[in-house]
Design a protein around this ligand. Structure first.
Ligand SMILES: [Zn+2]
Length: 412
């Protein structure tokens, strides 16, 4: 009897093991499994998304409310789907409208094309997309070949990617890495210095470059990575740039926002680019955020040591709304700069001022010629959709254009 029980138990265990095995096989056959959704990872973000009918997901992105105003930012989404192999999946996102500086903010257009990846490195556009401008909804469809796929508004540049980029170049003889402060959630604010130490700094122009004040405008991470990669390369024009220029670069100005996939704001839900007009309060007279405070302190200390900054550039994105690379500055500032850039990449000079912005602060408070780049996350004037490699090339083009600009002015 006892032996029979053990025998029966063994049969039952084997049977259950068999069922379990069959069951996991059926999971790999994605057609039988429900699609799973997650965004709990670096730079991930989606409010609600569920499979409302087979292979049809519906939901909406997170709306982030600015703490000190009525602004409501919604545009970044980045999520992972599971059990997708062999399925043609439709995703419909609603509520794609928000508020920026008190006015309506509509950043999606009929040309919007999200991106997808099977490895979070190689990204492709999704071209089957419809945007409904009346209902502010985006519907897109794609057939997937693998069981895990990441989908985003545009190419993400995660916090970990930024740290990996910094660690990969550490030890380079032309590079110095400093941490000049912490974000509100204690993440490091890095300042990279790139120059040729064999040439006295007093013989060089000083260029200050910053990006990713606004999380969601992730293409800036790739532009600055391309700039850094070029400046540290063996290219003889990179060697010339290092001899003639001292670069000061902040590659991730808003690490909390980047990490949490927050559209525009930092970890305190404030817009850093509205905080530069006062050392102690923002445009709404609230205490200035720690990210801005540490950078502003660095600029003050630098100038108090009798050093100059000859050019400031802040790299942003208009999302997929824009169709051209733009350089915004207060009127008459850097009006002669874009022809030098246009030899390497297309960018138009469009003077516009933004109160409380870093650009306004550098120009008006510190007297530094400065501009803000706005780089689309879609395409330029109806041409091919931009890729990560395009952003790397833009970064290189910024460095080459800067060298030419200062050399030309030196000759005059
Ligand atoms: Zn921005």
């Amino acid at each position: 009897m006892y032996n029979t029980r053990i025998f029966l138990l063994t049969i039952i265990i084997i049977t259950f093991a068999g069922i379990h095995c069959t069951s996991s096989k059926s999971h790999s056959n994605a057609a039988l499994a429900s699609i799973t959704v997650s965004s709990d990872f670096d730079s991930g973000s989606i409010d609600t998304l569920w499979e409302s009918k087979p292979n049809f997901l519906t939901g909406y992105p997170k709306h982030w409310k600015q703490k000190s105003s009525s602004d409501d930012q919604y545009y970044w989404f980045y999520f992972k789907l599971g059990y997708t192999a062999g399925k043609s999946i439709t995703i419909k996102l609603d509520r794609l409208a928000g508020t920026y500086r008190g006015g309506p903010h509509l950043i999606y257009t009929k040309g919007t094309q999200p991106v997808y990846s099977y490895d979070q490195k190689n990204w492709q556009r999704i071209s089957d997309v419809q945007y409904n401008a009346r209902h502010h909804s985006l519907t897109f469809r794609n057939a997937f070949t693998k069981d895990s796929v990441w989908i985003a508004y545009a190419h993400p540049f995660s916090y970990e990617q930024g740290l990996d980029m910094i660690h990969a170049i550490a030890g380079n003889p032309f590079l110095n890495i400093e941490v000049i402060g912490k974000s509100s959630q204690e993440r490091d604010i890095h300042l990279l210095t790139i120059t040729d130490p064999a040439i006295p700094d007093t013989e060089k122009k000083v260029v200050f470059i910053i990006t990713l004040q606004h999380a969601g405008e992730y293409c800036g991470g790739y532009v600055v990575s391309g700039l850094i990669r070029f400046l540290l390369s063996d290219d003889e024009k990179a060697a010339l740039a290092r001899k003639t220029t001292l670069y000061k670069i902040i590659p991730m100005m808003n690490p909390d926002g980047i990490f949490h996939g927050i559209t525009r704001f930092n970890g305190n839900f404030e817009d850093l680019n509205q905080e530069w007009d006062d050392d102690f309060t923002d445009t709404l007279h609230l205490p200035v955020e720690p990210e801005v405070a540490c950078v502003k302190k660095w600029i003050r200390d630098w100038k108090n040591e009798g050093k100059t900054i000859d050019l400031g550039l802040d790299i942003h994105s208009q999302g997929q709304q824009g169709a051209m690379n733009l350089l915004h500055t207060p009127k008459n500032i850097l009006a002669d700069f874009t022809p030098f850039l246009n030899k390497y990449w297309p960018v138009e000079y469009v003077p516009v001022e933004f109160s409380g912005s870093l650009n306004d602060c550098l120009v008006k408070e510190f007297g530094i010629p400065s501009g803000t780049f706005e780089i689309p996350q879609s395409r330029i004037k109806g041409k091919a959709y931009l890729t990560i490699n395009d952003y790397y090339q833009y970064g290189k083009g910024i460095a080459l254009g800067i060298t030419d600009y200062f050399r030309r002015r030196g000759v005059e």
